[in-house]
Design a protein around this ligand. Structure first.
Ligand code: SF4
Length: 188
């Protein structure tokens, strides 16, 4: 009989395999004691989908008391078969990471010092600087007189921790501004 991972866990959880092994003279008590010490003990398994690229690997999220405890690749899903790339494997840090910045940090041109800024100040700076460059450099017609509305003096780069939907929204925004140089670490 073929038993997949989830069925195996259900069966072993009910003690059926443990009973059979005991009948065969194998003492599984140390294994059970070890399993109780695992950080996923008492968690609920929820199958989710990695949001970082269109491969859409399945991830098993272990949740306890409404809090994400651990994540791992789903071995029963035929596309990723339990494997995850570096981005999918770091999923847990999306929800809790003590090193994650929560306020904008700004380093002025020529300065070696980072300064903490408010979101209002940061948004105002980005909007006014982008507008200034766009007003100055937007190419409305190419050499043949065709309308292109192209902005070649700005470059937009995304973060590896932006999900598919955030990337789609950012892409539409920068294309709307006419920016043609766009990149993002969404490769596997
Ligand atoms: S980012 Fe990696 S883990 Fe996530 S769906 Fe793409 S290939 Fe899979």
């Amino acid at each position: 009989m073929e038993v997949n991972r989830r069925e195996f866990l259900k069966v072993s959880g009910s003690g059926v395999i443990g009973l059979s092994l005991l009948q065969l003279g194998v003492d599984v008590r140390p294994v059970r004691a070890y399993a109780k010490a695992l950080k996923i003990e008492g968690t609920k398994e929820i199958v989710s989908v990695c949001p970082f690229c269109s491969v859409s690997c399945h991830i098993i999220a272990h949740v306890r008391g409404g809090k994400l405890i651990s994540t791992e690749g789903d071995p029963d899903y035929p596309i990723n078969q339990g494997a995850l790339c570096a981005k999918g494997a770091s999923m847990l840090s999306m929800t809790r990471n003590e090193n994650r910045l929560k306020k904008p940090m700004y380093r002025a041109p020529g300065s070696a010092k980072w300064e903490e800024k408010t979101w209002e100040w940061t948004f105002e700076q980005i909007a006014s600087r982008v507008k200034k460059v766009r007003d100055k450099d937007l190419i409305q017609k190419d050499a043949s007189g065709r309308t292109v509305n192209r902005l070649e003096s700005l470059f937009f780069i995304g973060t590896s921790h932006a999900d598919n939907e955030e990337c789609a929204a950012a892409h539409q925004m920068v294309r709307g501004l006419g920016i043609v140089h766009v990149d993002h670490q969404a490769r596997t």
